[in-house]
Design a protein around this ligand. Structure first.
Ligand code: RTP
Ligand code: MG
Length: 147
């Protein structure tokens, strides 16, 4: 079963958006495999966002993502990587469609509430950064028979 890494950023945690965002993924029909509230070290943040290390906004991005706790999650389900990205919406909230998480909750590019892995390969890499195998739960929900 496909898995993706989703992380509510410090702005989302402080704006009381953990509940509403978790609800969206539950209601969609995905299964929560792992979750924790954690404050990232600079090293972990730099590893997670390593693909952007040469970009001019990298320092600002690392400072923001380490500025307070994030809510780290693994979600599981058919096509969850692509579908989660669609639910999250465009990177720039000004371009994110209404109905998406960034479209409904965010205004600024830097404080865009949530991260989602951009490919299955990225998902596997990011899950490995944040969760040990023994922090992941595999279980069956009766409701899964309907999705
Ligand atoms: P994320 O990795 O956080 O889920 O976001 P994303 O895939 O939609 O966008 P990505 O290109 O990976 O960029 C990572 C984060 O960096 C910030 N950003 N700032 N100042 C800029 O031009 C700029 N571009 C990107 C955004 O906060 C974005 O979420
Ligand atoms: Mg990205």
């Amino acid at each position: 079963m496909e898995r993706t890494y989703v992380m509510i950023k410090p702005d989302g945690v402080q704006r009381n958006l953990i509940g509403p965002i978790v609800s969206r993924f539950e209601q969609k029909g995905f299964t929560l495999t792992a979750a924790k509230l954690v404050t990232l070290s600079k090293e972990t943040a730099e590893t997670h966002y390593g693909e952007h290390s040469e970009r001019p906004f990298f320092g600002e991005l690392v400072d923001f993502i380490t500025s307070g706790p994030v809510f780290a999650m693994v979600w599981e389900g058919d096509n969850v990587v692509k579908t989660a990205r669609q639910m999250i919406g465009a990177t720039n909230p000004a371009e994110a469609a209404p109905g998406t998480i960034r479209g409904d909750y965010a205004v600024q590019l830097s404080m865009n509430v949530i991260h989602g892995s951009d490919s299955v390969e990225s998902a596997n890499r990011e899950i490995g950064i944040f969760f040990a195998d023994n922090e992941m739960s595999t279980y069956k929900k009766n409701s899964n028979e309907w999705v």
